[in-house]
Ligand binder design. Structure first.
Ligand code: SF4
Ligand code: SF4
Length: 424
């Protein structure tokens, strides 16, 4: 019997999902780049296998929860998109499918508790800071913590930096070349607030006025990628209201946040906010891309000696936003820098939002593999563009007994402007 997806049956997501499913010709070129296929070696844990599972669930020939294990294991890293010769738009499929599956997948009580804890803490900086302190205490009584929640203890760094705030407006230094609004991120401003400080410093030094809208909130990415559509839409609407649109760009410095904001039109598809979201998302630009396009007005002086820097492509920067060359160009603009490329650079580090909470074994295997690939380069510093990757790789370097510094690209650039200053 021939089955087909009925686009209308799946609400506003029916059409993009149908389009993505129909574009797949099952050639299998995507298998070799998929981290979960590399780890688990099963067709159902590959992009092609997952597309078949989603197609069957959407057609009604497979129970939704029969697809759950393999859909849950997908990192959402989108390495499969650039590898696909047929142009399958996997991002139009995976997050909408998870949104539709939210009520259909069966979750254990501990899974629900873990999701609830993550959704009620990570997007809210003051709660997240408290949760990290609590996790630090929890490590001391680890045997008393339920096994299903222990992955949350491992996420917490050994220390949490003091809270920081940033001015509502920081004027450009010298003649103004552009005016932007900055997303300061929720987890990032807690885990490594210096990234925002460095972003503002580099932008103003290069003639950019930076606004930090006070009413902004979490980008909604965590909710969107875990299938909580209502929460994702609520965050998206708050940011649509909070950010001015009469700026040259809405700047993000966390790849996951940038790619989520660039999907606001999909999150709000079929609602009265869809058109506004489509205008908004086109203004969202990663800081590395923005600076590379603008051009550095002031050249960094560098550390004053040769320095080997390894660069890790955050999946949501390289695959979701096609930003690969620009961060490398910025790093190469620093005198003395030699850039090191990683073996298997296309493989995700396993961070992927809340993935290292939900799938700790696969996340740990990928994290260790990436950390070893970085160490093999002999680099003195690792640069990357996403707080999730920074945190994941700091954890795995520490596990391997390495204290290799892990910095955001913009921090490396800021330090190269101030080679003698001690940075946070
Ligand atoms: S490479 Fe593209 S067309 Fe080929 S199996 Fe993968 S998703 Fe389908
Ligand atoms: S998003 Fe990543 S993990 Fe998921 S199917 Fe594509 S390559 Fe594999």
């Amino acid at each position: 019997m021939l089955h087909s997806i009925q686009p209308g049956k799946h609400g506003p997501f029916g059409e993009p999902m149908t389009h993505a499913v129909q574009a797949c010709v099952h050639c299998g070129f995507c298998l070799s780049v998929c981290p979960t296929y590399a780890e688990l070696g099963q067709e159902m844990d590959s992009p092609r296998g997952r597309i078949v599972l989603m197609k069957q669930a959407l057609e009604g020939t497979l129970a939704w929860d029969a697809a759950q294990l393999h859909i849950d294991r997908c990192l959402g890293c989108l390495a499969c998109e650039p590898a696909c010769p047929s142009g399958v738009s996997y991002h139009d499929l995976i997050s909408p499918f998870r949104a539709l599956a939210g009520s259909k997948f069966k979750r254990s009580a501990t899974d629900k508790l873990r999701h609830w804890l993550a959704s009620q803490t990570i997007p809210y900086p003051s709660r997240f800071r408290l949760a990290l302190h609590a996790a630090g205490l929890g490590r001391a009584v680890r045997p008393l913590v339920p096994a299903a929640l222990q992955s949350m203890l491992d996420l917490a760094p050994p220390s949490v930096p003091p809270a920081q705030t940033w001015p509502a407006i920081t004027p450009a230094r010298g003649e103004r070349r552009a005016r932007v609004a900055l997303l300061i991120g929720c987890a990032q401003q807690v885990l490594d607030p210096d990234i925002n400080t460095a972003t503002i410093e580099v932008l103003v030094r290069n003639g950019v006025e930076v606004l930090v809208p006070s009413a902004q909130c979490c980008c909604g990415g965590l909710a969107w990628h875990s299938g909580d559509l209502a929460a994702a839409q609520s965050f998206a609407r708050r940011n649509l209201a909070a950010f001015p649109i009469d700026v040259d760009a809405i700047i993000t410095n966390a790849a996951g946040c940038g790619s989520a904001m660039r999907e606001y039109h999909l999150m709000l598809r079929g609602t009265s906010d869809e058109a506004r979201a489509d205008v908004f998302r086109k203004r969202v630009v990663d800081v590395a891309l923005f600076l590379a396009r603008l051009g550095l007005r002031e050249s960094p002086t560098g550390p004053g000696r040769p320095q080997r820097i390894a660069y890790h492509d955050a999946c949501h920067l390289a695959n979701a936003q096609n930003v690969r060359r620009e961060p490398r160009d910025l790093l190469r603009a620093i005198p003395g820098v030699e850039l090191c490329e990683l073996t298997d650079a296309h493989l995700c580090c396993g961070s992927a939002g809340s993935y290292n909470l939900d799938q700790p074994k696969i996340a740990a295997a990928l994290g260790e593999k990436k950390a070893r690939a970085v160490l093999a380069t002999g680099a003195e510093v690792l640069a990357t563009g996403n707080i999730g990757c920074l945190t994941q790789l700091r954890t795995h370097f520490a596990k391997l007994g390495s204290n290799l510094p892990v910095r955001h690209t913009i921090q490396v650039l800021r330090d190269a402007y101030n080679p003698r200053a001690k940075q946070g």
